[in-house]
Design a protein around this ligand. Structure first.
Ligand code: GLY
Length: 293
């Protein structure tokens, strides 16, 4: 973790907690913290989002609150600085949960959400270098070869951003935002915009936000699996450890989770070498680390 990433995470924690301290809703705190991370360009979300293999930046985000189980999400959205705010608008201004692709981008434009610049020449050059490394592939057989090459070349990307929060009213919220994973096929969608996979929030159980390789997270519906264990009375650390063990043993997947119970107990756990994350309850200074037990 770089010093700038550490400072940015601390700033996001302060911004989120500051809102809660002034009586704001957990949903506001989650959105504010994630917006800061998206704007930083230091993580794989918003301004810093990865490019898919065709050179286009398509992003995913979701947000959920635990009082009314309301949720919103966008997938494959383009040219939007804050996909998390587009997700919140889907939740609050439509009867739907998930909008995808060009219509999601049009929806964000309709609400005049801030636009983001197109990928820089440097980002495109980096992608071309990656593609050269795995070799140009064409046709159906080429697609299969590409999948295999991608699986060999992909390093776990853990820079999806997310947040969970608990407000004074006892409502929990969770959100996540991502540019996906390295060397994605165009059109690939990961766990982040899928409610129950990338995030989940229920006042009767808790809030969970996931990071890691989405394919494994989806196959275990990890955010919901963890909240189900919370609902059955298991502590946050036990709940997340159990589901991470399943991910490792059944799927050989890699992920990390932010887990918050409605009584304020929380856990940050991962089965990856590192996970940049932190927490703050207003006492002392925010804790930010890149490894959790
Ligand atoms: N967890 C982010 C993704 O797989 O897209």
């Amino acid at each position: 973790m770089t010093g700038r990433q550490r400072a940015c995470l601390a700033e996001a924690l302060c911004a989120g907690y500051g809102l809660l301290d002034r009586g704001a809703a957990s949903l506001d705190a989650v959105e504010a913290a994630i917006r800061l991370l998206e704007a930083s360009g230091l993580f794989n979300a918003g301004v810093g989002a990865r490019l898919q293999l065709d050179g286009t930046r398509r992003m995913d985000a979701s947000i959920m609150e635990g009082a009314g189980l309301k949720a919103g999400a966008v997938a494959g959205i383009e040219q939007v600085r804050h996909p998390i705010s587009a997700a919140r608008l889907v939740m609050e201004r439509t009867d739907h949960v998930l909008l995808v692709g060009a219509p999601a981008t049009d929806f964000a434009k309709h609400f005049q959400l801030a636009r983001q610049a197109r990928p820089t020449p440097e980002q495109r050059r980096a992608l071309r270098a990656d593609i050269r490394r795995i070799g140009k592939q064409t046709g159906a057989a080429g697609t299969v070869r590409l999948f295999k090459a991608l699986a060999r070349n992909r390093k776990p990307g853990l820079e999806t951003v997310g947040a969970v929060a608990l407000d004074r009213a006892g409502t929990v919220a969770a959100g996540a935002s991502t540019g996906g994973i390295a060397l994605m096929l165009p059109g690939r969608v990961g766990d982040t915009p899928l409610i129950g996979c990338g995030c989940y929030a229920d006042d009767g159980a808790g809030a969970v936000s996931m990071t890691g390789i989405g394919e494994g997270i989806i196959r275990l519906a990890m955010a919901k699996a963890i909240t189900d264990r919370l609902a059955s009375g298991k502590p946050p650390a036990d709940s997340v450890r159990h589901v991470l063990r399943q991910l490792g043993s059944r799927i050989r997947g890699q992920a990390g989770a932010l887990v918050l119970a409605p009584d304020g107990r929380f856990a940050i756990r991962h089965n990856t070498p590192h996970m940049m994350a932190g927490s703050w309850d207003g006492r002392g200074k925010p804790t930010v680390r890149d490894r959790f037990p």
